[in-house]
Write a new protein. Sequence first.
Length: 282
Amino acid sequence: MTDIIPINAAEKAAFDRDGYHLIRPLLSADEAAEWRDQINAVFNLPAEPDAAGEIAGATHTLADGVTTKEAFWPVIFNERLIATVRALIGDDIRYTQHSDLHINLPGGRWHRDSACRDYGVGPDWDEQEEPYRVVRVAIYLSDHTESNSSLVVLPGSHHRESRLARTEYVVWNKIRSFLRRHGRNNLLSHHFLTTPRRVIRTQPGDCVVFDQRLMHAGGVIRGSAPKYAIYLSFGIDNRHSRNHRAFFLDRPTYSPDLPAALRARLSENGLLLDDASETIQP
Ligand SMILES: O=C(O)CCC(=O)C(=O)O
């Protein structure tokens, strides 16, 4: 353990209230550039500076890439990240997998990342016996001014949702799906009328830690440079975290077997979640 003091009481209160916390920056500009090149290597793309031109307009994604690609394991064990997640949700955290590597993931629909995505429906919303403390960690490696890279969140939507807000995101999502089918996804920015939204315009090395139940959307991308992101997940050692991992392991793109060396390292660092034993569908 190091002496990192990651957040203060006001930031912890804001996380509990709003459902997200921005670490700006988690990584230096040089580290962000190194991770962009590591991601390029995964997709057999050239290193920077040649990469930008070749990547422009193309999307590359690898589900569970942080788990399956050893080069990315240092992200899981980043001391500042671990200390911050502990300060936000509790000391007894585990790696809950649910990782991704993205280049240019197009601006997305409003959604939650939790297993139970409809507000109030399903065990993710039942905190009578155990608190829900599962977070998604989104590490952004691109500058908003060059790529329009952003994450849009509805603060507090992990705790409440009005019928009006629900109707509104359903409508926006229908419009987005329609535009997508017609190749016009980028036309529609992420407006929201019935509840405040926050647009986090990313700088390279930014990290957003958010409750998996928080309503969010990847912002529309455009510009001269690609948008790069690394995603992973942690939760405290309880049923909600097990359910979350089990939910994603049910998808064919996620790796049910942790690589043995990663399993050993997680175990040494107290971050290994016992095997997922149940799958709870939304
Ligand atoms: O592109 C982004 O920044 C957001 C991606 C996202 O919403 C997700 O992976 O769940």
